[in-house]
Design a protein around this ligand. Structure first.
Ligand code: FNR
Length: 383
């Protein structure tokens, strides 16, 4: 807060905006169309995506006075880790598209190292997961798994993530097929998939064995074809015991929106529930993710941590999500814009603005701890 807002008041205005609307406008003006459409686009007519952010406006919080909130404690315990705040970076694939040198994943990892905000490294990264983890420095990181159809390949990716030092496996459930995203029908997107986004596959021993001795570099067409043929396994509840058996790391299920699914996941051994509708990029016609959070949190009832993303645009949104039952809150598109506009520093700037706003809101609302935010809750207003 002192770094950004305080400095701004004394005339040192940050190079990137401190609010999402201006950040997105800047991105609209500055980014090549294929990068903008990839980050900004969603499924169908983007109703769910818009609702995700809009719905936050229907939740309000009531401040409390005569409380000493001079010192705020945002520290969060998650999977045995002590984190400086409840904020983490949601997985974003093809991040190389967002940086000139194609190393967007490394830039995001550097922002993580600089801010202490954990990164969730996507399966679809432009840099091998080992390099991304190393660039996170002392900040813990999570690995997001798009489960390949070939179990051995899935097991190989997970054991590499465990060996590299990731602290949790976040299994994305809602993307075994890609949603109907009209804006992605953009020819200039395709070069991005020609090879470098698949580094986790191309560096994988099991995947290389599937290529029958050829290297991806020698025969890119076959390598991409093999990836396409193995991408996207439909997971069912029967797969839970297999998922649990392949790693000692906590297994978090991303994309849970229904309270019954949350209960079933915990019965099956899930170590975390991640409420998300993929930012409205997968299924359209749904309910805003934040509106589904309270029922899922109630069903979970503190048994495992509840992670949340979809529609977080500010520190205020982070605090609302905590008030509505989240233990940890994922930032998506805002950090992608930060990366695309300003690399590692731009990404760190966006994260710092969100953290500073959350901290300041807790101060003015008289909530020195996250426990007090949870106890205060949020009120649904129908306007
Ligand atoms: C995503 N998301 C995503 N999720 C995932 O599990 N693996 C992935 O590789 C990606 N890739 C990805 C790319 C881009 C450009 C976006 C915007 C999103 C979904 C992401 O983790 C998160 O659920 C959403 O970003 C949340 O929505 P908002 O808050 O960004 O609108």
């Amino acid at each position: 807060q002192t770094q950004i807002y305080g400095a701004g008041l004394s005339g040192i205005v940050p190079t990137l905006p401190v609010d999402f609307a201006t950040l997105e406008k800047r991105a609209q003006a500055a980014l090549p169309s294929h990068v903008l459409t990839y980050v900004q686009g969603g499924c169908g007519d983007e109703f769910t995506q818009d609702e995700n952010a809009r719905a936050f406006r229907h939740w309000g919080m009531v401040p409390r006075m005569m409380v000493d909130a001079t010192h705020r404690d945002l520290t969060t315990d998650l999977f045995g880790l002590r984190l400086p705040s409840p904020v983490f970076m949601a997985p974003i694939g093809v991040t190389g598209m967002m940086s000139q040198d194609q190393h967007g994943d490394i830039a995001a990892a550097q922002a993580s190292a600089a801010t202490g905000v954990p990164l969730t490294a996507s399966t679809l990264s432009n840099d091998p997961l080992e390099d991304v983890q190393a660039a996170c420095g002392d900040t813990p990181a999570f690995f997001q798994l798009y489960t390949p159809r070939d179990r051995e390949l899935a097991e190989s990716l997970v054991s590499r993530a465990e060996a590299a030092g990731y602290k949790a496996i976040i299994v994305t459930l809602d993307t075994w097929v890609t949603g109907w995203r009209p804006r992605d029908l953009n020819p200039s997107n395709f070069p991005q998939l020609r090879g470098h986004v698949l580094q986790n596959y191309f560096t994988d021993p099991r995947f290389r064995a599937m290529l029958g001795g050829k290297s991806p570099e020698d025969d890119l067409r076959t390598a991409i074809g093999t990836w396409g043929a193995t991408f996207g396994k439909v997971l069912t509840w029967e797969d839970m015991s297999w998922l649990k058996s392949i790693t000692k790391l906590p297994i978090v299920l991303k994309g849970i929106c229904h309270p019954d699914d949350a209960r079933r996941a915990i019965d099956g051994g899930a170590d975390g529930i991640y409420v998300s509708n993929h930012g409205g990029r997968q299924a359209n016609g749904g309910i805003a993710a934040i509106d589904m959070l309270p029922a899922v949190a109630e069903a979970v009832n503190g048994r495992v941590p509840v992670l949340f993303d979809s529609g977080i645009r500010s520190g205020t949104d982070v605090v609302k999500a905590i008030a509505l039952g989240a233990d940890a809150v994922g930032i998506g598109r805002p950090y992608a814009y930060g990366l695309a506009l300003g690399g590692a520093e731009g990404c760190a700037h966006v994260l710092k603005c969100i953290l500073a706003e959350a901290d300041l809101l807790m101060a003015v609302n008289g909530w020195p701890t996250l426990a007090e935010v949870r106890a205060a809750g949020a009120i649904r207003t129908d306007r």
